[in-house]
Design a protein around this ligand. Structure first.
Ligand SMILES: NC(=O)c1ccc[n+]([C@@H]2O[C@H](COP(=O)([O-])OP(=O)(O)OC[C@H]3O[C@@H](n4cnc5c(N)ncnc54)[C@H](OP(=O)(O)O)[C@@H]3O)[C@@H](O)[C@H]2O)c1
Length: 258
C-alpha cells in the first residue's frame, strides 16, 4: 500500500485491459489518477470501481489521443484538478486488422499510426511541458506501452505490419524523449508485454488454431497477466527506479529469446 502515495498519474487507455488494471492498482497504492479513453460509460465504470475501493482522487474524461487539441485539454484538466502531473502511463493502443501488408488499406495503416505512435508523441509533448514546471530535481516519470513486437517481427501467420512498425517506432520515440529530457529531471521508459488476455485481443482467439499457434510461441507456456504489466509500470513510476531512463522491460514469458 501507498507505493505511489500522493503522486498524480495520467493513464491513457484506462477504460479496459492493461490500462484499467494499472489505474486500479495505482489508486490502491495512493495515487491520484487522471484517466482517459474514448468510451465515457466504460471510463465512468472504472471511476466508480476506484471510488468503491476507497480512493476518491480520480477522474475520467473522454479523450482521443490522436487529436492534439483533446490531449492538450486533458493535461490542462489534470493540472486544474490535481494541481500538477508527476507520472504518466501512455498505454492507449490498437492492434489494427490482421492482413498481409499488401492488402492493408491506407486508412487502416493511418489509424494504427495515429493512435499508437502519434498519440504517444502528443501525450509526451503535453505531459513533459507540464512536468517540467514541477519543483525539485526529479520532475516526472513516464512509461509507454510498446510490445514484444516492438523489438521483433511477428511469428508466421500473425499479420500485423502497421502494429509492429508503430511499436518499433515507439521504442525510438521513448529513447529520444528520455535523451532530450534526461538532464531536466524527466524519466521515460517503456514496457513490452507479451500475450496478455484483455478485451483488446479476445476477438483474435475465436479460432482455436490461431490460439494454439500463439501458445507454441511462448517459452514459459502461459500467457502473462494484466497485473504483471501493472506492477512493472508501477516500479518505473516509483522513485525505486529513479536512476533508470530510456530503458525497456520485456514481460513476455521469454518470447524474445527465440
Ligand atoms: N494485450 C496484449 O497481449 C498486449 C501485448 C503487447 C502490447 N499491448 C499493448 O498494450 C496496450 C493496451 O492494450 P490492451 O490489450 O489492454 O487493449 P484494450 O483492452 O483494447 O485497451 C486499449 C485501451 O486503449 C484505448 N484507446 C484505443 N484507442 C484510443 C484513442 N484513440 N484514444 C484514447 N484511448 C484509446 C481504449 O479505450 P477506448 O476504447 O475507450 O477508446 C482502451 O482503454 C496497447 O498499447 C497494446 O498495443 C497489449
Amino acid at each position: 500500500m501507498n507505493r505511489l502515495k500522493g503522486k498524480v498519474v495520467m493513464i491513457t487507455g484506462a477504460t479496459s485491459g492493461i490500462g484499467k488494471e494499472t489505474a486500479i492498482l495505482f489508486a490502491k497504492e495512493g495515487a491520484h489518477v487522471a484517466l482517459l479513453g474514448r468510451d465515457q460509460a466504460k471510463g465512468e465504470a472504472v471511476v466508480d470501481l476506484i471510488k468503491q475501493n476507497g480512493n476518491s482522487n480520480v477522474f475520467f474524461s473522454a479523450c482521443n489521443v490522436a487529436k492534439e487539441s483533446e490531449v492538450k485539454a486533458f493535461v490542462e484538466q489534470t493540472l486544474k484538478h490535481f494541481g500538477r502531473l508527476d507520472c504518466a502511463f501512455n498505454n492507449a493502443g490498437i492492434g489494427g486488422v490482421f492482413k498481409p501488408l499488401t492488402e492493408l488499406e491506407e486508412d487502416e495503416w493511418d489509424d494504427v499510426m495515429n493512435i499508437n505512435l502519434k498519440g504517444v508523441w502528443l501525450c509526451l509533448k503535453h505531459q513533459i511541458s507540464a512536468m517540467i514546471k514541477n519543483d525539485g530535481p526529479k520532475k516526472g516519470s513516464i512509461v509507454n506501452t510498446s510490445s514484444r513486437y516492438g523489438v521483433r517481427a511477428t511469428e508466421a501467420g500473425i499479420m500485423l505490419s502497421a502494429y509492429v512498425t508503430s511499436k518499433h517506432a515507439l521504442m525510438g520515440l521513448t529513447k529520444v524523449a528520455a535523451s532530450e529530457f534526461v538532464d531536466k529531471g524527466i524519466r521515460v521508459n517503456s514496457v513490452c508485454p507479451g500475450w496478455i488476455p484483455t478485451e483488446g485481443n479476445n476477438h483474435l482467439f475465436i479460432d482455436p488454431a490461431m490460439k494454439a499457434n500463439i501458445d507454441t510461441t511462448i517459452p514459459m507456456g502461459d500467457w502473462g497477466t494484466k497485473e504483471d504489466i501493472a506492477e512493472a509500470v508501477l516500479w518505473y513510476c516509483s522513485d525505486k527506479s529513479g536512476y533508470i531512463t530510456g530503458d525497456t522491460m520485456l514481460l513476455d514469458g521469454g518470447m524474445t529469446l527465440r
